[in-house]
Design a protein around this ligand. Sequence first.
Ligand code: SF4
Ligand SMILES: [Zn+2]
Length: 202
Amino acid sequence: MNASKLGIELVEGSFKQEYGFTLDQVSGLYQSACIPCGVFRRQLLNKMSNDLGVDKLATGHNLDDEIQSFLMSFAKADFRRFSKFGPKLDRIHPNLIPRIKPLWKLSEKDVGMWAVMNNVDVHFAECPYSHTSLRSKVKNYLNQLEGKRKGTKLSILESFSKTFKFEKKEINIGQCKLCNEPSSLNICKACEMVEDIKNRIK
Ligand code: SF4
Ligand SMILES: [Zn+2]
């Protein structure tokens, strides 16, 4: 509905269509439904972007999403993920469509208020699986902090931006032998998971 109002073609994809199962069917196989959701969503978005021939993939990540991701990577010392921080990612492989995040400095609350004030038809229901993720705990913690001290979230974002160097160096990415999607391993995570799922739900 929003797409047609704006005169934009809506292209939809689904796990069922692409991989043969829904998230509901496989969510219980993992510690959190976000594990398969993240792997398949990232791959499907990239595949569809390539099929459409676009040169950028804009996502709705906002300030809250960014600092949650950063804090989670920080807590796990997962420095490789630091390069995914920021409003614009570089092209590091010919078939990996670079992401842009136009909303990365706007809080989730502000984005929601803007949508309401501009009569954009959106729903505010949370994903039913969100409570299974570490992200939701980090989110609640950050909301508590922001409630006690307004501006904390933006300060965290600025601290990260100023403190860390996000080197966009070339990393060795090849392509998956099964699906040809970009991958640093011979078989990508999505194909590995599909095999695992097929064995577990047959
Ligand atoms: S919260 Fe829901 S939509 Fe988000 S990654 Fe987890 S399962 Fe997917
Ligand atoms: Zn693959």
